[in-house]
Design a protein around this ligand. Sequence first.
Ligand code: SF4
Ligand code: SF4
Length: 164
Amino acid sequence: MTTYGLLFDYEYCTNCGSCQVSCKEEHAYPVGKTGIKVMTDGPWKIDDEHWNYNHWPIVTDLCDLCPERTNAGREPICVHHCLANIITYGPVEELAQKLAEKPKQFLVVPQFNPIGSREKFVSKKTDTHKAAHIEVEGTGKASYAVHRHDTKVGEIDENEGTVF
Ligand code: SF4
Ligand code: SF4
């Protein structure tokens, strides 16, 4: 079975927000939920002449790759509305070839609703340090998963989250 994903050429992401707005409208996601969110790092100086300033469009666990559109041969709505044309949808093998062609890109295969898709997560670890899946399962309130391996379950802030 072909696996599909998204390739982001984040070098040219302008943080315009069109991907997030169009994703939310397409899926009727309410305030606080989205399939994609743009993160920013910078600006901060690398040296006297150069700055670090990057925008990263990050898919969430509510990215379903727009099946109603893609099953009909259309591109996902975020791809359609990206003003800088930096998002490419397709089979991961094809996207991986594009990934090798230039730096400042990343390739992602979203997993829509991962807990529901994979059923109950069973940790194989015996110590108190758990992965993000346990955080979500333990609180039942987190709307996204942060991959953080240094947190004990008892230390999780149930109210921790992001408003967007
Ligand atoms: S592919 Fe569809 S669901 Fe995923 S981020 Fe883009 S618009 Fe949202
Ligand atoms: S629509 Fe494109 S350029 Fe705009 S924030 Fe999203 S990924 Fe970046």
